[in-house]
Design a protein around this ligand. Structure first.
Ligand code: 2HA
Ligand code: ZN
Length: 241
């Protein structure tokens, strides 16, 4: 399919994937993204159900019948950047909110972190939030800071990062919450992320990466970009004093 015929919100996901690669926050198949899309987007893509059904790994009743664009498991952000439908797939959540079906050929499976993303989307719908995008990536300096025990306190890290540049407090006012290391793709990681995201803009997964939300994928990226910039300035400032 020609890129011009792909819905704008999915083209924006491709743009963000390219930025993540350029930033160095998406090595190999690192990072993932999930965007809630409308039925009109699916109609535009003329995709049929593939028959491939998988468990959500959690109960997401508020997402029943909803469609999501997801980075595909095992694939690279840098490839998705130029071909969003070859390295990303559309899923539809079942009526009981326990399973999803992949649309299209069924050759692709969504990201290994799909459970964390879906739990957060379920919460966003419960809160009537305008946020439709969830984004996970591996921003270098934030991950480095997450190795330091004394910094890994929600209020303390938020205070430090808010103090580095004015944009941090302005655009990421609720700051960052931190959770311990859990196995990537695990239900524990998903459940802890869900608890931590209530009341903040970004969750820092210690020794791994971050998860952010936004009305669209670009704004979810902007939140990470701003906090990573703050973290970088904090690191350089600490080396100078
Ligand atoms: O999708 O980043 O956390 C690859 C990952 C898993
Ligand atoms: Zn990751």
């Amino acid at each position: 399919m020609q890129i011009e015929n792909i819905p704008q919100a999915i083209r924006q996901c491709a743009q963000v994937a390219g930025l993540l690669w350029q930033k160095g926050w998406a090595e190999r198949n690192g990072g993932n993204m999930v965007l809630r899309i409308g039925e009109s987007d699916v109609l535009q893509l003329s995709l049929e159900p593939s028959g491939c059904v998988f468990p959500c790994g959690c109960s997401v009743p508020l997402l029943a019948g909803q469609y999501f664009y997801c980075k595909a498991s095992g694939h690279r952000m840098r490839d998705l950047a130029s071909s969003p439908l070859s390295y990303g797939c559309i899923i539809c959540i079942s009526d009981d909110g326990m399973q999803y079906q992949v649309l299209g050929s069924g050759d692709l499976k969504p990201t290994s972190e799909i459970t964390a993303h879906l739990l957060i989307h379920n919460q966003l719908v419960a809160e009537n939030s305008p946020n439709k995008a969830t984004l996970h990536s591996h921003p270098t300096t934030l991950v480095a800071l997450s190795h330091i025990d004394s910094l890994c306190k929600d209020a303390e890290l938020t205070r430090i990062l808010h103090g580095m540049i004015p944009e941090a407090r302005l655009f990421v006012p609720r700051g960052i919450n931190i959770i311990p290391y859990f196995e990537p793709g695990s239900v524990e990681l998903a459940e802890q992320t869900l608890q931590a995201i209530k009341g903040c803009d970004i969750v820092l997964w210690r020794k791994h990466g971050v998860l952010s939300t936004g009305p669209d994928m670009m704004e979810a990226f902007d939140n990470i970009d701003i906090m990573e910039k703050s973290a970088e300035i904090y690191w350089r400032y600490r080396t100078l004093i």
